[in-house]
Design a binder for this molecule. Structure first.
Ligand code: TYD
Length: 215
């Protein structure tokens, strides 16, 4: 029997600590016999990874940045996400479209309505039941005080273009995530990322179990 595909995204400001939980969740699905495709944005395909290097390192205006992240997303959806979902796999992406609203919309202050238009353009899928806009089935939002995130990041590694932004920038990014949650609360699980790692993991597991996707 073919299982239906599942699409999960992890979101949060830089330093929120998503990575270890993404790997652990992938293993939890695999232990229950699911095939998991782990991926990330910007990136996930050879073309999108090339765009990632440009987006994270080169200076550009906010519209250019938005166009590049959506171009990368288009390729990612076409080449990797949609085929994996069609095969019934679990796709877990380290960031997806909410990050564009948070970073380019909130952080950079780029026009939200234009981003909504690009989202429609890039994520609309045809289906026999009518076109729909592809979104994750569940988005785990790691919420963390921007000041705490900045302390965690300090000295950890050479910061990229976004990681070197101010706490005020990350505060606007958080507001952007909050606005996305408000628009579609049923899609989000809020994870208190300032808790100890084991407690965070229990929250992650619980939010997926609640959906009935893990025993
Ligand atoms: P991140 O996912 O944190 O990867 P790493 O852990 O390797 O640093 O880095 C991606 C960065 O790109 C992050 O700072 C957020 C930013 N970003 C955007 O600005 N817009 C987007 O649409 C996406 C997906 C990411």
């Amino acid at each position: 029997m073919t299982q239906s595909g599942l699409f999960l995204s992890f979101e949060g400001i830089d330093g929120a600590g998503k990575s270890t939980h993404i790997d652990a969740l992938a293993r939890a699905f695999e232990m229950q016999g699911r095939v998991v495709t782990l991926t990330r944005e910007p990136g996930g395909t050879p073309l999108a990874e090339k765009l990632r290097a440009i987006i994270l390192n080169d200076a550009m205006d906010a519209l250019t940045e938005a166009l590049l992240v959506f171009a990368a997303r288009r390729d990612h959806l076409q080449q990797l996400i949609e085929p994996a979902l069609a095969r019934g796999e679990v796709v877990i992406s380290d960031r997806f479209t909410d990050a564009t609203f948070a970073y380019q919309g909130g952080g950079r202050g780029y026009d939200w309505t234009t981003l909504l238009g690009l989202e429609q353009l890039v994520q609309t899928r045809p289906s026999p039941q009518g076109d729909f806009v592809r979104q994750p089935d569940l988005t785990l939002w790691f919420e963390l005080d921007p000041e705490v995130a900045a302390q965690r990041l300090a000295g950890a590694r050479v910061p990229d273009k976004f990681e070197s932004q101010s706490a005020a920038f990350f505060s606007r990014v958080s507001d952007g995530y909050a606005q996305r949650l408000q628009a579609d609360p049923g899609r989000f699980a809020r994870i208190a990322a300032d808790n100890p790692r084991e407690a965070v993991w229990q929250d992650v597991l619980q939010s997926v179990r609640q959906k009935g996707w893990l025993a």
